[in-house]
Design a protein around this ligand. Structure first.
Ligand code: BES
Ligand code: ZN
Ligand code: ZN
Length: 503
């Protein structure tokens, strides 16, 4: 499916020609003059009538479609609820636009317009509003139909037009749309990569995706093959890959939009396990198919570097993807095996299913050679994250207060919110091994924490944050702008962080 176009236009709702015109409404508010009062008037008060009769109140998620029968140039008006005015947030707008695009699709319209609401969230700029609206609509229209027979998913919407009566805001809206398109496009890309099954999205295929991005965006690309990793001594990544017939890859992509070319880079590292069977410590069969998305972190850092280049952000960014498939096989790593990591530290692998921290250990050590300003790793790391935080919060750990504050802020703006967990050294006693420098599991209790603490031993002394998206990378149900299955959550968090950092 193709992503839809988004445009901004100056104009008034009552004279807008459209197959569907989306009009938002806050619960308990009237139809003000400056907003859609004129449209309501032209429709003979039809909009205020349905509100008065309580057929449509304006609650979040509420929608009502009205055929205008020639009273105005728009064929249909779709009323969408925003909830109470005082509670409106950027994410509320995003969700409303997600609901709207799905309802518009049911009408079979190919294009539609949205009247930008006069009521916007408190303290938000026009750029942020347009960005959120673009994101909600674009993310909400996502479908993965690559492996379906023709016409299985219905008609595509090719364009949405954001309509504003305020000429003075057009430039800001256009900038918001530009950002929103970039972040939503990045999330689409991540969802696609995660939806592809592991027999297609192999480590080799990830490498070819990276090559295509490097070529299109003009980025510097380096791919380490197995023999290179052997030479360097990446024993942890090699250990994880041993059980698979798919050779591992270690991918480094660099975008340099900084004014000073030798600026210290932001380094993003994404866990890229193209399938996690657990290895010899085999996972149970139930839901194991979700583990095709164990490469979400890698897809996100790939999407981030592509989007940073497309947005021409003035910063230096390096994305690193340690890529492997975690399989049980004749040569697979076994519980009790000891690997020597790139850092020189040894690890006793007591559970081969705790493979993410192993590949990340080598990637974190490798990142040090870039003298990074900050390092952020993102990973579907622990089942314990699912238990601790459920579906709505992303786990965050870090060594630097400023970096954590920035991530919290980006999380708030993007609607992909992080929640800090402790990185206290006391927990390290759970990672002690009798035979090596540490073991790769922390035993009972605090599983998300011991995994993060393990990573910290490889993260160097500079500012570092670890983001665990294990609970949010996959959704059990469809939501306003989140599909069932791979969500791509974390992508817009990272991108918002990069956008805010470069402002
Ligand atoms: N990829 C999994 C974590 C995961 C679980 C992601 C559920 C998404 C949903 C990870 O590699 C894993 O298996 N972790 C183990 C670690 C344990 C053996 C210490 C876990 O969390 O069970
Ligand atoms: Zn695992
Ligand atoms: Zn895993």
């Amino acid at each position: 499916m193709k992503i839809m176009q988004v445009e901004v236009r100056v104009g008034r709702a009552e004279v807008e020609t459209a197959e569907v015109l989306v009009v938002t409404h806050c619960d308990g508010e009237g139809f003000q003059k400056q907003d859609v009062g004129q449209l309501n008037k032209a429709l003979g008060g039809a909009l205020s009538d349905v509100v008065q009769s309580k057929e449509f109140e304006g609650k979040p998620g509420e929608a009502l479609l009205y055929h205008t029968q020639g009273k105005v140039p728009a064929k249909r008006v779709l009323l969408i609820g925003l909830g109470k005015k005082k509670d409106l947030t950027l994410d509320g707008l995003r969700q409303a636009m997600g609901h709207a695009v799905k309802r518009v699709r049911q009408t079979k319209a190919a294009t539609y317009s949205v009247s930008v609401p006069a009521t916007t969230p408190k303290g938000c700029s026009a750029v942020e509003v347009a960005q959120a609206m673009t994101e909600g609509a674009t993310l909400g229209s996502y479908q993965f139909d690559v492996y379906r027979s023709e016409n299985a998913v219905g008609r595509e919407i090719s364009q949405m037009t954001l309509l504003t009566p305020l000429k003075g805001q057009v430039r800001q809206f256009a900038e918001g749309v530009r950002r929103g398109k970039a972040t939503a496009e990045a999330a689409w890309f991540v969802r696609d990569l995660c939806n592809h099954p592991s027999n297609v999205m192999t480590p080799a295929r990830i490498a070819s995706e990276a090559k295509a991005i490097a070529k299109h965006e003009g980025l510097a690309l380096k791919i380490l093959e197995q023999k290179d990793m052997e030479q360097l001594g990446m024993g942890a990544l090699l250990g994880v890959a041993r059980g698979s017939h798919e050779p591992p890859k270690f991918i480094i992509l660099e975008y340099n939009g900084a004014k000073r070319k030798d600026e210290r880079p932001v380094v993003l590292i994404g866990k890229t396990i193209t399938f996690d069977t657990g290895g010899i410590s085999l996972k149970p069969a139930e839901n194991m198919e979700h583990m095709k998305a164990d490469m979400t972190g890698g897809a996100e850092v790939l999407a981030s570097v592509r989007a940073a280049a497309r947005l021409k952000l003035p910063l230096r960014l390096i994305s690193i993807l340690p890529v492997a498939e975690n399989m049980p096989g004749g040569r697979a790593m076994k519980p009790g095996d000891i690997v020597t990591t790139l850092s020189g530290k040894t690890v006793e692998v007591q559970n081969t299913d705790a493979e993410g921290r192993l590949i990340l250990a080598d990637a974190l050590a490798y990142a040090q050679r870039f003298n990074p300003a900050v390092v952020i790793d993102i990973a579907t790391l622990t089942g314990a994250c699912v238990v601790a935080l459920g579906q709505f919060a992303i786990g965050m750990f870090g060594t630097d207060a400023k970096l954590k504050d920035q991530l919290r802020k980006s999380g708030q703006l993007s609607g992909e919110r992080v929640w800090e967990m402790p990185l206290w050294d006391e927990y390290f006693e759970q990672l002690r091994s009798d035979v090596a420098d540490m073991r790769n599991i922390g035993g009972r209790g605090g599983g998300m924490i011991t995994a993060a603490l393990f990573l910290s031993k490889f993260a160097g002394d500079g500012p570092w944050a670890h983001i665990d998206i294990a609970s949010t990378d996959w959704s059990e149900r469809e939501r306003a702008y989140i599909p069932k299955g791979p969500t791509g959550i974390g992508t817009r968090l990272l991108l918002q962080f990069l956008i805010d950092r470069s402002l």
